[in-house]
Design a protein around this ligand. Structure first.
Ligand code: NAI
Ligand SMILES: C[N+](C)(C)CC(=O)CC(=O)[O-]
Length: 321
């Protein structure tokens, strides 16, 4: 049976890598009971390491009353993981056949009506719900890394998803402290990834053509537009480029630049040279910092920006009413 969003207690996370583990950390910090399942032999160790690494950041934000890492159970089978679920978040590898098969198995193992969300970063649910006996409860809940800090979740159903499942998931994520965009149609890449992908393609083209280094590309965002985007989106910030004339003057003034050949939005060939150039460029940019150190630095950075812009998620320390 589907509980009301505010009475939902038992969360099941299927797949416990970067994103599944991040979801586990988020739900634990919000005081839920979490059951995880992942077929990898070292999954439990990896998961507990990930949750431990996230916990200092979550402690700084102020976990919900009763929140504890002890409320995590790692189940031996998918069926046991799903048996008592009030909500399931699937975060398995981004492979269409795997997702189709796994979502059908989750559907078969989960109590009737309970909503099942996929973290997919790009597959439409219509393409993933094909094998499930009850496709009406399957939908996309696309998070951002790390899910325990970045508020946004994009919620969208497929052709066979029931509207009330989409409405339930949107309300549940809101209660669980996320910032929800509910989409009424399936858009390739949803919204944010579609935007990120455009930037990412340009970055790869510039590296492939030797036009900019990885560090220059990253600095151009962190020292430039990225500072604005933490609190004002690209449309509104560009409206301010039009001065008192706002977006209308901005379009009159800079509209002709749209015809300039600035962009190369076709994806570049991800050949070995570009691949190695990106990997090596990131190693240089990391300047000796390990992935664990970069994760801690990123987590602190996100908290600082959220705090500085008065947008700590509800229920966190320092919250303004
Ligand atoms: N990494 C990212 O920044 C983001 C990823 N996503 C999405 O989240 C999902 C997971 O991605 P990551 O966590 O990055 O991958 P990952 O590779 O870090 O983790 C995937 C996990 O799934 C497990 N797994 C393998 N086969 C499985 C199966 N049959 N059933 C259940 N689990 C299985 C693996 O053992 C691994 O622990 C993907 O759909 C991805 O598109 C969404 C937003 C951001
Ligand atoms: C790299 N990625 C496409 C999987 C990223 C996302 O889907 C969202 C994010 O965290 O940026």
């Amino acid at each position: 049976m589907r509980p009301t969003p505010s009475l939902t207690r038992n969360i099941t996370c299927v797949g416990a890598g970067v994103i599944g583990g991040g979801w586990v950390a988020h739900f634990l910090a919000r005081g839920y009971d979490v059951t995880a399942w992942d077929p990898a032999p070292d999954a439990e160790q990896r998961l507990r390491r990930l949750v431990d690494a996230a916990w200092p950041a979550l402690t700084q934000l102020g976990p919900a009353e009763g929140a504890s890492r002890d409320r995590l159970t790692v189940a031996p089978t998918l069926e046991e993981a799903c048996a008592q679920a009030h909500f399931v978040q699937e975060s398995a590898p981004e492979k269409l056949d795997l997702k189709r098969d796994l979502l059908a198995r989750i559907d078969a193992a989960t109590p009737a009506d309970v909503v099942v969300a996929s973290s997919t970063s790009g597959y439409p649910m219509t393409d993933m719900q094909t094998e499930a006996a009850n496709p009406g409860r399957l939908l996309v809940g696309h998070p951002f890394n790390p899910p325990y800090l970045i508020p946004l979740v994009e919620v969208v159903g497929g052709e066979k998803t029931d509207d009330d499942a989409v409405a339930w998931a949107s309300e549940f994520y809101d209660v669980a402290g996320k910032s929800v965009i509910t989409m009424d149609r399936e858009l390739p890449g949803f919204i944010a990834n579609r935007l990120q992908e455009a930037l990412w393609r340009e970055a790869l083209h510039m590296v492939a053509n030797g036009e900019a280094t990885v560090k220059e590309i990253d600095d151009s965002i962190t020292e430039g537009p990225g500072l604005r985007w933490a609190f004002m989106g690209p449309c509104l910030t560009f409206a301010l480029a039009g001065g008192e004339g706002g977006m209308a003057h901005m379009l009159d003034h800079f509209g002709p630049s749209l015809k300039s050949p600035w962009t190369r939005l076709e994806a570049p060939e991800l050949d070995r040279k570009l691949y190695d150039g990106m990997v090596q460029g990131c190693e240089e940019a990391a300047d000796g910092r390990t992935i664990a150190e970069l994760v801690a630095e990123r987590d602190q950075g996100v908290i600082d920006v959220l705090r500085a812009t008065g947008r700590l998620p509800r229920g966190r320390n320092g919250e303004t009413a």
